[in-house]
Design a protein around this ligand. Sequence first.
Ligand code: SAM
Ligand code: SF4
Length: 629
Amino acid sequence: MNVADSEVVRTLLRGDGLREAESAATADVVLLNTCAIRDKAEQKVWTRLRDLRGRKGKEGQTVAVLGCMAERVKDDLFRDGLADVVVGPDAYRRLPAMLRDQEQSIDVTLDRSENYADVLPTRVEHTAHGAFVSIQRGCDNACSYCIVPYVRGRERSRSVQTILDEVASLYDSGVREITLLGQNVNSYHDHTTDSIRQTTREYTTDFTPFVKSDKKDAQTGVRFAELLERCAQAAPDARLRFTSPHPKDFPDDVLETIARVSNIAKQIHMPAQSGSDQMLRRMRRGYTGEAYRSLIQRARAVIPDVALSSDFIAGFCGESHEDHLRTLSLIQDVGYDMAFLFAYSSRERTPAARRLEDDVPSDIKKKRLQELIDAFRTGREARSRERVGKIHLILVEGAPRRDRGADLVSGRDDGNRVHVFPSSLPDGSELKPGDFAHVLVDRAEGATLIGVALRRAAGAGDRPLVDADTGAEFLIDEQTGVSRWAAEPPLVAASAHARPAVATRAFSTMATAEDAIDAILAAATPATVLGVAKDATGREARDAFLVVSRLVHPDVCTDERAGAAFAALVEAYDAFAPSDIKYDVSQAEFQGDALTTAAWMWDDAAAAARKHKARHTLDDDGSTGRSVM
Ligand code: SAM
Ligand code: SF4
């Protein structure tokens, strides 16, 4: 949210002739855009202010504090000369004049009509392929722990047309992922614009909002599902996301729109806060644990493989051990892809601070928070393992943060998971940031998924056709009704178990089974039989074997030379690979399904090769009963 607000402020200040400085140390004016949601966020701002006034700032420099902390703390920020200017979230239009004329130093007026609809935000990074679009400001909910309604004011939605214009302009400038932003995005309502769908306001089944709908809710106008679809149309190849929604505003129309419109990410942030009914009542969230769980079930039924994330608060007022256990079991049962977990931080002016006792000791809060984090991580690991061997639609973002090798790039899937894979494609072309690709996941390393890019995708709506159970891509032969491997047999089947770089090289040199067979039968040494690298050793040999063997496996390859090529391959592998890297099933158990399949493939492949070679030998020498392997 603050990133989007900073972009608005940047436009307003540039419009007044100000320019960005190289660093805070050399700037005439330093702006701090602040958050007030937890005490820790505010403590960081105080520290930064003291630093600026100490050795890190410049003599005579103007320091302006913007945003939610400015709204909450107000003129206390002038204490000890720390801030010169204080501006709340609805007063940014007055900031240029305040800096220029220095007549007024504070404006924290909340304005129900301000939504900066006419200010086109100036993005910081012109090369980045993701951008935020604010669709709504403020919040009309009244969660008892939360400061947001007090520092950002009443909820107001931007008009559809200004949002669509901004989305289209971002799309035209090359942005390929757009996140619609607001505190409660899915209660979006532009009652000034005629709706195409004519849907009235609906809440999630079994949810009772604490704040009753106001009069305008009874009218039509454009609601969230319609806005989402129109934004997706305005940016046809870009991926659309949104955050933060409230669980109470997920009528089936919203879920179905996410499922149906192909360039909307199949991901939902579903902030639960707690798994205990007693806590949810005290938090004034308007739902029970049961209602939340059934919403999750419905979301999963309507949007297959939807990625889910959530927010949780540990140690809210009066939280008992049993309440905490209920939250733990919700996290365990759902298995979130992502979660934001916080220890409760009492905020002045909120209903909880006024009426409830912040009675969970800080060490217990920390302990419970850690338990929630651990439960979340365990669930996320399980979700990561489920993704191994499957093909994902990835937006390439750039080089991975940790240096894994020069030819690797990273990107994110619909669920915002980071994937790392080689930039080269089997057709020899290179992926660059802003491209979409179908990436087959080879393994999970912590929260990161490692894979190989199979092909370039046309855009965020070009989803891989994947077999739901196996993750493999199949085509059905219309005449025979028999399924067979789709365009990339070796990669789909085998590189899930091979190292991506090797798989890619293998595939780029042997794009078809015929190529592979030619190369294998013409090869003189085991290394060249493996066909990947003359000096292939150890794991490289194994990986190469997996890729190529699947390509020429007699069960899937119709070329009559497949059996001979396969046998040569197995022989080369046996001669070449050190015994310690050969598959064994105990390893498979350790690493899960992917290796189980790999181990099976190896046994199966080796057995098939032996059979074939034995048969061949029998045929060749006319004798009987002599086994050659
Ligand atoms: N509007 C969003 C929603 O309802 O989910 C959330 C906005 S809030 C900025 C983000 C998260 O901060 C909340 O979901 C909640 O988990 C957390 N949060 C808010 N107030 C808090 C407090 N006083 N202490 C700890 N966490 C808090
Ligand atoms: Fe805060 Fe609740 Fe509004 Fe989210 S919905 S911003 S938690 S009051």
